[in-house]
Design a protein around this ligand. Sequence first.
Ligand code: FE2
Length: 237
Amino acid sequence: MEQDIQIDTIYPRFVMRKRFPELAPGFNEQLMELAIADAMANRVPAGGHDRSIGEDVTHLAHLRHNFLDDARDPVVAQFIKMVDHTVREYLSAVYHYDHEGEIDMMSDTFWQNREEGQNVGINCHTHFKSDLVATYYLNTGCEPGEDNPLRQGALRFYDPQNLGVRPWPNRNPGLVQNGWYNIVPEPGMMVVFEGHIPHDSTYFGGEQRLCIPVMCDVKTSRSHIKKPVSELLRNQG
Ligand SMILES: [Fe+2]
């Protein structure tokens, strides 16, 4: 008997991870040095700061800045090109869209040390103002032999619809339906995802963790054209 069934995959999200085996020896070490200097220079000073993100009582606090513009170095230039290329790969793989326009980027570097009690993970959050996020891990803080994701500094993505598992088994290997999805990052790994997806990271037992999260906006002729009210009113005469 002829069947008349149509099944569509709807509202999926995609997370891409990539490694860079072709990088020159010493690249990650040089980038790490620059990123640590940047993270230290952008800690919240005693007394606060008008660019402070978060309270200075937690390790999540830092000053809003842009590492990719503040640190002028050939290594940073190469890193910007790596992110640019990877984001375009994501758009091509997920949306079959070969982006040829600009991508706007900024990064607040993120450095956590166990010695200062900063290895307790990061609360769940989104980057809803950014189209895409590309996070490059230079050091993950994972202790060798640790096999519990809750202690590996895992990056966890949450189902934005918060549905979680169904009462029947999911045997479709192409479909993730758990409430969260774990990635245990490795040094040299870049993870790309859309900024609206809720995510956090878990405790790590190693000495330190250093990553460079890059917020990316994909500029197209359909991007919003926002202007300050003062400028709009000035233009209105
Ligand atoms: Fe994040």
